[in-house]
Design a protein around this ligand. Structure first.
Ligand code: DGY
Length: 319
């Protein structure tokens, strides 16, 4: 008998087909986000779950999962939606999908940076709403990205790709990470052992680290003051990294010239206070959303499931 995999959301069809070729599959016909009770009910029907970051496996949910469930294969690189310790305590293996989404997410990081700096939202709105009635040398001037100092918080896989792409804009790369990386991985990049040193040294800041108890709300009133007036901040990582009220205040005062945000504390929906500001470029958590990457994420999750059920170590096992 083939193991049963519960796929909590509608993946791109080739990814659905690939999982169904190797396993018996149960799917979510409505594609609605599954809450804790629904996840617990599903766990009684399957040996494995393939979940997205929209499904929260809290400690309370993990404690109620069926003993039949052996592995949770995340269709995401971030796993802040899963209480790893609680899963480990239940003997449930947890995997994620690193590497395959780095290019797509770095693209969105650059899009956010360019969109915020060059006032993409205001420009798009002006043309769409028929408000573009004149052109002049002072029309909607933005901030040039080329040659500026870019600070990257979290020089993991996504951060490294972003740094590489940003070098194409002649940006000077600075980064803060738990440890400095080999020069070959981040050529020419300047390491800062503290967030304060990084933020005091750059013109533009990109968040590319995971959300953990150590990094949550790392961008707050105090740290925003470390950025120079007129700085730009972008977030394609997790909303929880930011104290949103503090960032909104800094955007309103002009201390932060513009922000580009793909992630919010509350998702879906985001924060209407950001939406009320012209100097914010907003996206609905699209970091990895290309057809190519969403298929690759499915294949990576499948790789982990197949390894586990063959009795081999899943390559992306976290616990
Ligand atoms: C990730 O993989 O963490 C992305 O945010 C999509 O879930």
């Amino acid at each position: 008998m083939r193991p049963v995999v519960w796929i909590t959301r509608q993946l791109v069809q080739p990814a659905m087909d690939a999982v169904a070729a190797d396993f018996d599959v149960i799917t979510n016909p409505t594609d609605a986000v599954m809450d804790g009770d629904a996840l617990v009910a599903a766990s009684h029907q399957c040996d494995a779950m393939l979940i997205c970051h929209s499904e929260l496996i809290t400690a309370e949910v993990a404690a109620r999962l069926s003993p039949r469930l052996k592995i949770i294969a995340n269709y995401s690189v971030g796993v802040d939606h899963v209480d790893l310790a609680a899963c480990q305590a239940r003997g449930i293996v947890v995997t994620n999908t690193p590497d395959v989404l780095s290019d797509a997410t770095a693209e969105i990081g650059l899009l956010l940076l360019l969109g915020a700096a060059r006032r993409a939202y205001e420009g798009d709105r002006m043309v769409r709403q028929g408000l573009w009635t004149t052109w002049g040398p002072t029309l909607m001037n933005g901030i040039q990205v080329t040659g500026k100092r870019l600070g990257i918080v979290g020089m993991g896989r996504v951060g490294q790709v972003l740094a590489k792409r940003a070098r194409g804009f002649d940006m000077e790369i600075h980064y803060h990470n738990r440890k400095s990386l080999d020069e070959t991985l981040v050529p020419g990049a300047i390491y800062h052992s503290t967030l304060e040193s990084l933020m005091r040294s750059v013109d533009m800041l990109s968040l590319n680290c995971p959300a953990t108890p150590d990094t949550e709300r790392m961008i707050n009133a105090q740290s925003l003051a470390w950025l120079r007036p007129g700085a730009i901040i972008v977030n394609a990582a997790r909303g929880k990294l930011v104290d949103e009220d503090a960032l909104i205040a800094a955007l309103q005062s002009g201390h932060i010239a513009a922000a580009g945000l793909d992630c919010f504390v509350n998702e879906p929906g985001g924060n209407p206070k950001f939406a009320a500001l012209d100097n914010v470029f907003l996206l609905p958590h699209l970091g990895s959303s290309t057809n190519e990457t969403r298929l690759a994420m499915g294949q990576r999750a499948l790789l982990n499931l197949n390894a586990y059920f063959r009795g081999e170590p899943p390559p992306d096992r976290l616990v």
